[in-house]
Design a protein around this ligand. Structure first.
Ligand code: GCB
Length: 626
């Protein structure tokens, strides 16, 4: 994909012409919950901390005994948990009491906070009581959730705000006029049951951590506020920065100030009747963002009494034939795949920035310049830290293995997750690749599903590359020639595939014999390879699960993939051991996928040093080529 400002403007103006709206109005097509709101930099009241919880496997607080949802009845029973009822007289029959209930920390998964919830898949009710923060009469209020896995039914003061589906993306509700000065009751039924039609589906190789896994906050904004903005370097040759700001509550004509002080940019924009204003300016002296110099510029946007600030990197990512180009220069991705799990000391899902920092620090030690954030959008801290630390990012949605391709609701769900991921992270220079799917079996319905998703992704963001982790097969006339051939490869910018020669496919020696035929004129990326080792278990190179076996597998695989024509990098599987219900071998796995080059406690295995050395060499080669 070649990118230029003309192309970007063409797409925007095409939309303006055909839909009569600005590029930002695209979001209006999405379900409300997926509409973007930039909340990271806002002053907010945190609703994190201790929440009351009731574990409710039969969803007794949700359904009556005829299995009808309480929240769809005109006069819901006091035994509907969202009513948060208390006895008024001693004879009242109320069969729950949040005040007497147990507690959990938010953000956090429930599985690792309470032993009895380790394997739990079902509903847990969460309740937080809070006083409304001081606000002006004209202010509007929003409640924002970083992520809840998987379904959240949200109630405020006995009224339903909505339902959100999808465990890894943010959502929010406007609660203007719905808050009381004191003692508000925010109740969420969190349900992490797996479903065949869901995204992800029933079968995954990671732990299904339930709970309010990311932050919850409440913020005030003026009646007309800065809802969203997009800013990117769209022409390397002209050093043009292009973007737009979207005001919510605008009538048109409002002024918006945009500043990048370090670059002496000071612009006054005027919102159109949809609240949107676009801009474009040249930054001839800007230092471009790269892993070696992750320069971020402060961006200040203000309108009326509203103000937002961010730190933004400027760079381009393009391809030319089989080359990947960052700021026009060939790029080799020294990567590692990462799950959003920090399970040292018994923990689980990453819930705080310091854990994200630890994981990314481990990647830096490896000489990595790239992380594949598998297999779902990670928390915003992770991506923002990558921006600061100089780690390029592959971000993906949990369209994993055997999604129900035929179901329109499954498609809509995947699309909403894709849109929410793109909308949240579209201003992060570190993110260079949106990935659509992982190891999905080729079929017509799957191809159509993913083609729709690809189209959507390009409509939402044409400044980044698309990819997907595909699979290989062997040529029928020669078992030593591996081929990547998938209609999906035509839709993406970088041909990526996972392969496990030496683990699920023969012994590591097999890598000495296999050669690769990949006939697309696109960069080639090996999105996974690896094998398991229990840290501290030593033996012969042919003894499975030893560090020596894994080390040898890394040596052999790196030797093999380095010869692939168009090879632009790899993200071996995986940074650290992570929990999976599919890994049941006692004494070795103990609920962990052991393919980490670090143990889950952060101890390096022998394979780490093989990869570290390989990346050191690659970094030197890249430097010498400049
Ligand atoms: C894969 C999957 C990844 C698994 C890994 C494994 O191909 O993409 O999610 O965890 O293999 O360890 O089997």
């Amino acid at each position: 994909m070649k990118l230029s400002v003309t192309r970007w403007l063409q797409v925007s103006s095409l939309l303006v012409l055909s839909l009569g709206i600005s590029q930002f109005s695209l979001a209006a097509e999405l379900p409300l919950q997926a509409q973007s709101i930039q909340a990271y930099g806002r002053d907010a009241t945190s609703l994190n901390g201790e929440w009351k919880i009731i574990v409710d496997p039969y969803e007794n607080g949700y359904y009556n005994y005829r299995y009808e949802p309480f929240d769809q009845q005109e006069n819901p029973s006091v035994n509907a948990f969202f009513t948060d009822s208390k006895q008024k007289t001693p004879s009242d029959l109320i069969e729950y009491d949040f005040d007497k209930a147990d507690t959990l920390q938010v953000p956090g998964d429930w599985n690792t906070q309470k032993e009895k919830l380790y394997y739990y898949e079902g509903s847990v009710w969460y309740r937080k009581k809070f006083d409304a923060p001081a606000a002006k009469k004209t202010d509007r209020q929003f409640i924002y959730f970083g992520a809840v896995n998987y379904r959240a039914d949200v109630y405020l003061n006995g009224k339903k705000l909505g339902v959100h589906i999808g465990g890894f993306t943010p959502f929010h509700y406007e609660v203007t006029g719905k808050l009381k000065p004191k003692d508000n009751s925010l109740i969420i039924k969190v349900d992490n049951k797996r479903h065949a039609d869901a995204v992800p589906t029933l079968n995954t190789d990671w732990w299904n951590y339930g709970g309010i896994t990311r932050e919850v906050k409440l913020f005030n904004v003026p009646r007309t506020f800065i809802r969203d903005y997009k800013i990117a370097l769209t022409s390397l040759e002209q050093k043009t920065v292009t973007g737009a700001v979207l005001l919510d509550g605008a009538k048109g004509g409002e002024k918006i100030q945009l500043r990048l002080p370090e670059l002496n940019i000071k612009q006054t924009l005027t919102a159109d009747k949809n609240g949107s204003a676009s801009f474009s300016f040249a930054v001839p002296d800007a230092q471009l963002w790269s892993p070696e110099t992750p320069k971020l510029y402060s961006v200040q946007i203000s309108s009326g009494s509203d103000k937002l600030t961010d730190n933004i990197g400027l760079r381009t990512i393009t391809t030319q034939g089989k080359q990947l180009l960052l700021n026009g220069k060939p790029l080799f991705l020294r990567g590692i795949s990462v799950h959003e799990e920090y399970s040292a000391d018994g923990g689980g899902r990453v819930s705080h920035a310091k854990e994200a920092q630890t994981l990314l620090g481990w990647a830096k030690e490896l000489n990595a310049n790239f992380v594949r954030l598998a297999h779902y959008p990670h928390n915003e801290d992770m991506v923002r830290l990558a921006d600061q630390m100089g780690l390029l990012v592959w971000s993906e949605i949990p369209v994993y293995w055997t999604i129900n391709w035929k179901n329109e609701a499954t498609y809509q769900n995947a699309e909403a997750q894709l849109a929410a991921m793109i909308e949240r992270d579209k201003n992060r220079a570190a993110v260079i690749i949106w990935s659509l799917a992982n190891e999905t079996p080729v079929s017509d319905v799957r191809n159509q599903f993913l083609a729709r998703l690809a189209k959507k992704a390009r409509a939402l963001d044409n400044t980044r590359l698309l990819s997907a982790a595909m699979e290989k097969h062997y040529r029928s006339d020669n078992p030593n020639i591996a081929v990547v051939e998938d209609p999906l490869a035509d839709l993406v910018d970088m041909v990526s595939f996972n392969q496990y020669i030496g683990w699920y496919d023969g012994l590591p020696e097999k890598a000495d014999r296999v050669t690769w035929e990949i006939s697309y004129n696109k960069p080639v990326f090996v999105s996974e390879f690896g094998g398991s080792a229990k840290q501290g278990l030593h033996g012969d190179v042919n003894q499975i699960f030893t560090e020596e076996f894994q080390e040898n597998l890394y040596r052999k695989t790196l030797g093999m993939i380095d010869k692939i024509d168009g090879f632009v990098g790899t993200s071996p599987w995986i940074l650290a051991d992570f929990r999976s219900p599919r890994r049941l071998l006692d004494g070795i796995q103990d609920d962990y996928n052991r393919k980490g080059i670090y143990s889950n406690e952060g101890v390096k295995k022998k394979s780490f040093f093989v990869l570290q050395e390989f990346y050191k060499r690659k970094a030197e080669q890249s430097k010498n080529a400049e």
